[in-house]
Design a protein around this ligand. Structure first.
Ligand SMILES: Nc1ncnc2c1ncn2[C@@H]1O[C@H](COP(=O)(O)OP(=O)(O)O)[C@@H](O)[C@H]1O
Ligand SMILES: [Mg+2]
Length: 269
């Protein structure tokens, strides 16, 4: 059963504890030489502990911009972003981003070196402990035995797993993923979705996941915000705990996907 509800409907989250991440009336703009581009307009979102929250929408609807704002790289021109009761003022180790690009791993560092690097940079833990945590994260993403490999010796999917291990080893409050599997071939992509869900089952991290694929949103997310472009706004929110990779292709799954498609592309009244 897919439950469609307007996110802005008052009381929709009244029964839940205060959200881990609150996005309130967030407008994001880019000032170019000629004009100001409004990327998102007054976005409201609540992300709860252990949510797999998906931002879904067509290209240009402000998904990446919103993710960057949550990561602390872009300040809102309007509204606020609050994590665990504290306003987001800039980047921090409590929010880590995994990108789509494979080149996010420095090629001169081994898998272990890549995973250890950001944790070492925080200077918060002794080296031995960093190494242990990194090895643990590498094992969790199924790369035990590849600690000494270099990025060029790995497949695209494996490199993406290294990036995920690196992010997880930081133990962020929120893991942010921007179309992390979009550049992978279809089979690898599916495998990565499956692995991400397994990992979530084990670790129960809080995830904000950006995609423009309706199917991927339904499979990966437990909640999906549907965004419409120019400027990006939240059109609706969908609960979808019921779907996993095995639902794909099924009749219910397809009709849910169709409904989302219709909502996303419905003309404004
Ligand atoms: N650096 C930038 N300067 C100016 N406009 C930008 C910049 N980055 C993105 N935009 C514009 O902001 C809007 C949202 O972009 P983006 O967040 O990348 O969308 P999405 O990730 O959903 O494809 C688009 O209209 C895009 O052209
Ligand atoms: Mg994007």
């Amino acid at each position: 059963m897919v439950l469609m509800s307007n996110l802005n409907a008052k009381g929709a989250t009244a029964a839940l504890p205060p959200a881990l991440l609150q996005v309130r009336g967030v407008t994001l703009e880019y000032a170019t030489q000629e004009r100001v581009v409004r990327a998102t307009h007054r976005i409201d979102l609540d992300v709860h502990q252990a949510d797999r929250f998906v931002l879904l929408g067509p290209s240009g609807c402000g998904k990446s911009t919103l993710l960057k704002a949550i990561a602390g790289f872009i300040p809102p021109t309007e509204g606020r972003i609050v994590l665990d009761g504290t306003p987001v003022k800039g980047p921090g180790a409590d929010r880590i981003v995994v990108f789509q690009e494979f080149d996010q791993l420095p090629p001169w560092k081994t898998v272990l070196g890549n995973v250890m690097f950001p944790l070492l940079s925080t200077r918060s833990l002794p080296r031995a402990e960093v190494r242990e945590r990194a090895q643990d994260a590498i094992a969790k993403v199924g790369l035990a035995g590849f600690e000494d490999a270099y990025p060029h010796q790995l497949s695209g999917g494996m490199k993406q797993r290294v990036a995920i291990a690196r992010a997880l080893s930081m133990k962020p409050r929120v893991l942010l993923m921007d179309e992390p599997f979009a550049a992978l071939d279809a089979l690898t992509r599916r495998k990565m979705q499956e692995e991400l869900l397994q990992l979530w089952d084990e670790v129960r991290f809080t995830l904000i996941f950006v995609t423009h694929s309706i199917e991927e949103a339904l499979v990966v997310g437990n909640r999906v915000a549907l965004l419409s472009p120019r400027p990006g706004r939240v059109k609706a929110e969908v609960n979808c705990h019921d779907w996993d990779l095995h639902s794909m292709g099924g009749e219910d799954f397809q009709s849910a996907a169709n409904r989302i498609h219709d909502t996303l592309f419905a003309e404004e009244p």
